[in-house]
Write a protein that binds this ligand. Sequence first.
Ligand code: ZN
Ligand code: ZN
Length: 261
Amino acid sequence: MPLPVADTWFTAQKISEGVTLILEPHVHVLEQANLWLVEGRDRDMILDTGMGIVPLKPFLDSLRSDPTKDIICVSSHTHIDHIGGVHEFDTRLVHPLEAEEMAAPSGLNSLFRKDVPEQLLQTFLDAGYPPIDELLIDALPHAGYDPASYVLRGAPATGLLEEGDTVDLGNHRYEVLHLPGHSPGGIGLWEASTGTLFAADAIYDGPLIYEGPGMSVEAYLQTFDKLKALDVRIVHGGHDPSFGPARMAEIIAEYEARWGA
Ligand SMILES: [Zn+2]
Ligand SMILES: [Zn+2]
C-alpha cells in the first residue's frame, strides 16, 4: 500500500522561553529524535538535526524570531536520527571521538527495515520499542518522494566540543558534559544557573539503548554518576518528553539495578 503524504514533516512545540522542541512525527518512534532549538541573545543553537529526510534549516528559520542571526549546530552524537541535517549548517560541532563518523557516516544509512542489522533490530525490540514495518517512515514528505533515494550525508565538524567546553549563546552558557555509554562521544549540555540539562541519548524517559557498536554499560554507569552529581531541575532528553530530577533518579536506579551495579 502506498504511503500517504504528510501535511507537515516537522512539528514544533515551545517548551520554555527561547526553547523549542522539534520532532519528525512520521519517523518510526525509535529513530524519532528530539531536536532542540534554543534562541539565544547573540546566536541560536540547534542541538541535533534529525534524519535528514527533508531540509531542516528552512523550517528552523520559519520559527526563529531573527532568521538572519547566526545559528550553530551541535551534534550530541552521530546516530542516524541526530545528524541528518548537519550538512545544512555552517558551524558544526561534535565531540572529537565522533568527528570522523559525522564526516562520513558508517552506520545505518537507509529508511528500509531490511537494511537495519538484525542484531540492532533485536536490540530495539528487547529494549521495548515496537517493531518496524517495511520502512522507518509512515508517510512521504512530499508526493513522489522515493524512500530509496534517502542518504545520510553527514558533514565534517568545523569545531570540537569536549568535557568542560562552553557553548555560549549570550544569555545562555552551556557547559559540555562528556556522557559516553550510549555512544563513545556522546555529549550533554548543562546550564547550572537554571538546572537545565540537555542530555541527548545519555538519558531520556524511554527505553535506553546500551548494547551495540560503540556502547558500554561500564561507561554508562560512570555517566550516571556524573548526572547524579548535578542539581538538575529539568532534563531535555534526546527522545521522549522532558522530566525532572525525581524521574531522572528513578530511571538511573532502574538501569543500575538491571545492570547489577
Ligand atoms: Zn537517538
Ligand atoms: Zn543515539
